[in-house]
Every structure is written in structure tokens, then in C-alpha cells.
Ligand binder design. Structure first.
Ligand SMILES: Cc1ncc(COP(=O)(O)O)c(C=O)c1O
Length: 428
């Protein structure tokens, strides 16, 4: 081989150039590398609530006998172990307030994935071609925005208020896209239905119905799917669970549902699940087969075990109790330290892990802003710049928001973090 050939440059595939997973990796890394910096950024769950005993007991039981134990340490199947899928479907039915038999969901439609993030990614891969469009709330889950970009598709924002994505704005956006010849490129509407990451908004019940109705009505040249991501469904601290978006589609053809055991139980197990319309099951399974031909088999059985013996539900109650206290600490600290700063407002969430804060428009919260520098270098507190959570063109994204998480820190640390953040803002 000549030296010229040896130094030839790497030619990455388009997909590698489209991939934008950098922000989440950077923030997670920062949280781990700078323990002195109070991280209101990390979406990690509260370490003190992680179910070590429950997982140890479940694992001991699973591995108690050699022959049975070996089966759990063997490869599983691409869609997930039947026992675990059944347990997950029962869990889903309980949340829907129905018996499994009344859901009308064949077990083959339940797919267990490596966290719900993998399910989101599989859906993006099987439905979105480069140039296709996914309509999203503003703001929305920034990692999924990266996933959409990663398949070469576009995330276009739909006007959103404190009750979530506005159906009238969705219809108007579809008209707008039709008018410029892009209507046919819309394949997906992505909704984080409960306690949206980052805004904490819950999509209002009547909007759920209307959005499904719009997706059906506008499915003329091809089916427009609605992807309901209910990652925070179980982290509710007040009020009732509205009917799922999935439940507004009794035929089960338009709404794709995903949920995770990361927030309610353990993100380290990486178990999430999706319920797909029948026609998407085989394409999703084929893609997953290309990636990993099955998520961690033992972990699926751990989840199945704690669901079956009910210890999961006791744990979720404890977790919610702990997060409720942390949410209260963050809201109380925001009232104490931010009330006298003009033009600052925040959403007080009834569940989930985040407080969405808005600063006056002339404030810039982005990674390269003065505020981010002062917060992280001088005051030693970290937040997620709100700009990351918007689709659309970079120049059009608002830069005056922050996502603040109360997941990881203790109530006292949360109070201190908010005090430091207020100092950083005041210093500007
Ligand atoms: C809205 C939302 N969806 C999905 C996920 C993915 O979580 P996991 O892959 O751990 O299930 C997250 C994680 O933060 C999230 O906030």
C-alpha cells in the first residue's frame, strides 16, 4: 500500500454526518466529570431510589436453578421474551384501565427494546426517509430531535402552549406544508403526552382526540402515524392520568406507543417497550434484528418478575414520593430566588422530572453564551440550554429558556443549585 493510500481520508456515510447525539453525551459526561458542579441538567434518575434490593432479589430468584438460570443468560428473541412481553402488556392494560383481552393487542405487537430510546430510533428508521418530516411540539425531547436528524429527516415545530401541541396549529402547519408541496413528506407526529421533557406540559385530553382525528383525516396519500412517547406517565405527583393518545385510536393503526422502565424503575436495566400497529411490527423487528437481535434477556425477566410480584408498583409509589419532594424543593427555591428577577417565569409541573424556565428574550442561555459560562465555571451549576429542545432552523429557535431537572440532586442541593443559577442570571 502506498503512503498516499494509507493517509486517504475517512469517508463517512451520510448517516454518520447527520447524527447529532453530541449534546446529550456532552451533558451526561459533564455531570460525571464535574461532581463539584451541581447538575440541574442531567436527566438521570435519583440514585437513592434505585431498586438495588428488588433487582438483587429478582436476579437471585431467576438464577436460583442452573438450568432455568442458564436460559435467562442465553440470547433471547428479537421482540423480547414472551413472559416479559405478556407482563408488559398486562402493565400497559392496567394503566389503560382495561383487561388485556379488551385492548385488542396481539402479543406480537409488543416489542421490548433497549430503553424506549431504541424504540424511538427504530420507528424513525422504518418510517422516515431523508427529507421526510416529523411534526413536533415546541419545545420537545431533544434526543429525539437528534434521532430525526440522524435519519436525514426534518423536525418541524407546531405551535404549543401549556396544554401541549395545538391541534388548530397542527392543521394549519399541514396546510402550509401542502401549499409548498411538502405535505406528502409528513410521516409522523411526535407527542410526549405526559409531563413533556423539557416543558412538563401534559397534552390536554381533548387535544389527544383531535390530533388523532387530524392524523387520520390528513392520511390521504399515505398513513400519517402519531408516535406517543409516554416516558413519564408513571411519574405523576398530582391529578389523574388522562386517557392515552393510543386509546384515541381504537383501530390501532395510526398511533404507535412507547414507554420505559427507566424513569420509574432503573435506567441501567435499559428496558423500554413499544406497541406498534400490526403493519409496522415486521419492519421494526427487521431493523432491530440488524442492530442487536434482542435486548438484554436477563433484564427483561427482571422487569417481568417485579411486575408479577407487585414490588414494581410499591417502588413506583416510593419514587413518586421522592420526586414530589424534589419538585416541591425546586419550585419553592424558584419562588424564593427568581420572583424578584423581572421577566422570569417557570412551569410548575405535576409530574415528570423537569421545570421549564423562561428568561426575558434578550437573555441567551445557549452553550456558547455568557450565562452558560458563568453558571458552569463560576457558580458551578449546570442546566440544559432550551435551544436544544426546538426543531426547525437553528436561527429560529428561542434561546431564552432553560430545562432544569430535579432528578439527581437532593432537595438541599436543588435549592442551592437554583440559588447559584439566580446569582448567575443576576450577574448579567
Ligand atoms: C421523553 C423521553 N422519551 C424517551 C426517553 C428515553 O429513555 P430510555 O431510553 O431510558 O427509555 C427519555 C429519556 O430521558 C425521555 O425523556
Amino acid at each position: 500500500m502506498t503512503s498516499a493510500e494509507m493517509s486517504a481520508s475517512v469517508q463517512l456515510a451520510d448517516r454518520a454526518l447527520w447524527a447529532k447525539g453530541g449534546a446529550i453525551s456532552y451533558l451526561m459526561q459533564q455531570g460525571i466529570e464535574n461532581p463539584q458542579c451541581l447538575s440541574l441538567a442531567a436527566g438521570f434518575v435519583d440514585a437513592s431510589t434505585l431498586p438495588v434490593d428488588l433487582v438483587r432479589n429478582a436476579t437471585d430468584r431467576l438464577l436460583a436453578e442452573n438450568i432455568r438460570g442458564r436460559a435467562f443468560l442465553q440470547y433471547g428473541t428479537t421482540g423480547g421474551a414472551e413472559r416479559a412481553r405478556r407482563a408488559v402488556l398486562e402493565h400497559f392494560a392496567t394503566q389503560e384501565g382495561k383487561a388485556v383481552a379488551d385492548l385488542g393487542v396481539d402479543l406480537s405487537r409488543v416489542i421490548l427494546t433497549n430503553g424506549s430510546q431504541q424504540f424511538l430510533s427504530l420507528v424513525a428508521q422504518v418510517l422516515l426517509n431523508p427529507g421526510d418530516i416529523c411534526l413536533v411540539a415546541a419545545p420537545t425531547y431533544f434526543v429525539f430531535l437528534g434521532t430525526i436528524a440522524g435519519v436525514g429527516a426534518k423536525a418541524i415545530t407546531v405551535e404549543t402552549d401549556t396544554n401541549g401541541m395545538r391541534p388548530d396549529a397542527l392543521d394549519a402547519k399541514l396546510d402550509e406544508l401542502d401549499a409548498v408541496g411538502l405535505g406528502d413528506r409528513v410521516k409522523l407526529i411526535y407527542l410526549v403526552s405526559n409531563f413533556e421533557n423539557p416543558s412538563g406540559y401534559v397534552l390536554a385530553a381533548e387535544r389527544r382526540e383531535r390530533i388523532v382525528e387530524i392524523a387520520k383525516r390528513r392520511s390521504t396519500s399515505h398513513r400519517i402515524h402519531v408516535l406517543e412517547d409516554s416516558a413519564y406517565r408513571e411519574l405523576r405527583y398530582e391529578g389523574d392520568d388522562p386517557p392515552s393518545v393510543w386509546g384515541c385510536d381504537p383501530d390501532g393503526e395510526h398511533v404507535i406507543y412507547t414507554q420505559t422502565f427507566s424513569k420509574s424503575f432503573s435506567p441501567g436495566l435499559r428496558v423500554g417497550f413499544g406497541i406498534a400497529p400490526t403493519e409496522l411490527v415486521a419492519p421494526i423487528a427487521s431493523r432491530k434484528g440488524n442492530e442487536d437481535f434482542g435486548s438484554a434477556h436477563l433484564n427483561q425477566h427482571i422487569i417481568a418478575s417485579v411486575l408479577a410480584d407487585g414490588s414494581y408498583y410499591e417502588h413506583v409509589n416510593e419514587v413518586c414520593e421522592s420526586y414530589r419532594r424534589k419538585r416541591d424543593a425546586m419550585v419553592a427555591a424558584a419562588r424564593e430566588y427568581f420572583s424578584d428577577i423581572d421577566g422570569v417565569s417557570w412551569v410548575e409541573p405535576r409530574g415528570g422530572l423537569y421545570v421549564w424556565m423562561t428568561l426575558p428574550e434578550h437573555f441567551d442561555t445557549s452553550f456558547d453564551s455568557r450565562l452558560f459560562e458563568i453558571a458552569t465555571q463560576k457558580e458551578l451549576v449546570m442546566y440544559v440550554p432550551g435551544e436544544l429542545c426546538y426543531g426547525g432552523e437553528p436561527a429560529e429557535r428561542p434561546r431564552n429558556h432553560m430545562r432544569l431537572s430535579y432528578g439527581v440532586l437532593s432537595p438541599d442541593e436543588i435549592t442551592e443549585g437554583i440559588r447559584r443559577l439566580a446569582n448567575a442570571i443576576r450577574s448579567l
